[in-house]
Design a protein around this ligand. Structure first.
Ligand code: ZN
Length: 212
């Protein structure tokens, strides 16, 4: 078992050594999987008439797995996109709504945070940098489709509120795990008491007290 594991993990290195094949080349299946995933979020705009065009997309758990630094693993979002095509410009109107799974700051359990966000994005043709918060999407002049995966990801993350806490139920009470909150409180008290006990300043004071 160990030997076969070793051989398996070493295959790219061995092949690279003996054939000169780039190690990354051997991970092409992963590359293609990412490309085919992203293609689901394409809008073909070249053949469209001038005017407004509606599109719909969905985001689920698999979506976030494609973004290494994603602060979210699970979620479900619907994204409505209207593309405005004019002779002189392209503009996108995005509306996103659904839920994202977050960790509650009060009880540390996972909960579903309702989120929504809407934005307008100008499409510009050229080699500009896609800076955050600028609402501009740069696209190569030869391109005939827009890929929205990155922009959807960014607006999904931006829709996360600052405070992560369970929502309130119909009685107006938060759906937190009470037991867990109590445990956390006790733990904090115990920790604070421990800190006082081990604080060297207290030891110094005690010594002073003993000397008098
Ligand atoms: Zn909670």
């Amino acid at each position: 078992m160990l030997i076969s594991c070793f051989i398996f993990t070493q295959i790219p290195n061995i092949l690279q050594k003996h054939s000169g094949v780039d190690k990354n080349f051997l991970f092409l299946p992963l590359f293609f999987r990412n490309v085919s995933f992203k293609m689901k979020y394409n809008i073909e705009f070249k053949g469209l008439k001038e005017g407004l065009h509606d599109f719909g997309f969905e985001v689920n758990n698999q979506f976030f797995a494609h973004f290494e630094e994603s602060p979210v693993d699970n979620g479900n979002l619907e994204i409505k996109v209207t593309l405005e095509k004019r002779s002189s410009f392209l503009k996108l109107y995005l509306e996103l709504a659904g839920w994202l799974e977050l960790t509650c700051d009060r009880c540390l359990e996972l909960y579903r945070q309702s989120v929504e966000n809407s934005t307008e994005v100008f499409v510009k043709f050229g080699e500009g940098e896609n800076d955050e918060g600028e609402n501009i999407m740069w696209v190569s002049p030869e391109e005939h489709q827009l890929n929205l995966a990155q922009i959807i990801y960014e607006y999904a993350v931006l829709s996360i509120p600052m405070r992560h806490v369970h929502p309130k139920n119909s009685d107006g009470k938060r759906e937190c795990n009470r037991e867990m909150i109590e445990k956390l409180k006790k733990y904090k008290h115990a920790q604070a008491a421990e800190e006082v006990k081990t604080d060297p300043r207290w030891d110094a004071l005690r010594k002073l007290g003993n000397n008098n």
